[in-house]
Design a protein around this ligand. Sequence first.
Ligand SMILES: Nc1nc2c(c(=O)[nH]1)N[C@@H](CN(C=O)c1ccc(C(=O)N[C@@H](CCC(=O)O)C(=O)O)cc1)CN2
Ligand SMILES: [Mg+2]
Length: 297
Amino acid sequence: MTEKRIDGKAFAARLRERIGERAGEFAAKAGRQPGLAVVQVGEDPASQVYVRNKHKATVDAGMESFEYKLPADTSQDALLDLVEQLNLDNAVDGILVQLPLPNHLDEQSVIAAIAPDKDVDGFHVVNAGRLATGGEGFVPCTPYGCIMLLKDRLGDLSGKDAVVIGRSNIVGKPMAQLLLNENATVTIAHSRTKDLPDVVRRADIVVAAVGRAEMVKGDWVKPGAVVIDVGINRIERGEGQKAKLVGDVDYAGAEERAAAITPVPGGVGPMTIAVLLRNTLVAAHRREGITLAGDGL
Ligand SMILES: Nc1nc2c(c(=O)[nH]1)N[C@@H](CN(C=O)c1ccc(C(=O)N[C@@H](CCC(=O)O)C(=O)O)cc1)CN2
Ligand SMILES: [Mg+2]
């Protein structure tokens, strides 16, 4: 019997291995490695971990990693100047500005400054528009990773009833768009949705991306549904104890009814970095005019 728990960590590790092989083939053809520039402003502890993990995963996959760590008081102009410099740098295929930025910086205008064809996060409005209209762009890494896990478990998503809880630009909206592109029937639920438990109970696929610890209860889940938990919530446990990570779904309750479910940690999170490498590989091929078979995976 297939295990209920969807092991995103193992799935992502296999993906990174294949991407590494493709990066080697690219380097042999192009005479250079694919390059990813990651910009971090300030010292948010979670961001430090994610940026460190991105650097390691990039190097392990045979790609070049360019890291820029700027002080928390960096000005908007200085950050925009760096982005412009990276837009013009031929060794850089992908640019990522780690979010969140310190409060005095305007995230939207920083994202807008990234060249769309180097926007491996898929956050630029041009890429959001391409996703919505069927163009060739970059899809945000976390939702793309969720779709990969869903297709791996369910195969064809056509005709499935899907509920996405959360409407952020970086997860909820692109997730809904990707599900629609797979011919699912999609509902986007949010803080003003009426009778949320009943809306969720109708779904074959539940994607929770609200950022509220264990908000989705077990008895909201339709028996046999597939549950994808995007939430990463840190629960402090007092003096000297490590914080506990939980998702947006009550895992123990939901697992009893779901056909399959992603854990936190070890579910969706690791897919984010694997897809980032995939997007960087795709960007490098497009920029060099080298064909990459399939979708790069
Ligand atoms: N520019 C971006 N900023 C942010 C993104 C993004 O995709 N682009 N996403 C998140 C942070 N993020 C990557 O940047 C990220 C989050 C979580 C994980 C992950 O592997 N999580 C682990 C748990 C790790 C932990 O202990 O915290 C898991 O779920 O198993 C990877 C990447 C916000 N910012
Ligand atoms: Mg801000």
